[in-house]
Design a protein. Structure first.
Length: 59
């Protein structure tokens, strides 16, 4: 009975570390997406600021 309890606790800690790793991975993905969106908004700001140059480059 004691060995089964020890194995169960080991499995519980293993799943807990997997859950923590997934949470950190999601946090890093959210930070990456927020940085990409911020870069896109700044790029749109610069294109609106210099609209004639960018329109000539696009067309």
């Amino acid at each position: 009975m004691r060995i089964v309890k020890k194995q169960f606790m080991n499995a519980f800690y293993y799943l807990n570390f997997i859950n923590l790793y997934i949470i950190l991975l999601n946090y890093n993905i959210i930070i990456y997406l927020m940085n990409n969106l911020q870069m896109k908004t700044t790029a749109q700001f610069y294109t609106n600021k210099n609209s004639k140059k960018i329109s000539n480059f696009g067309s």
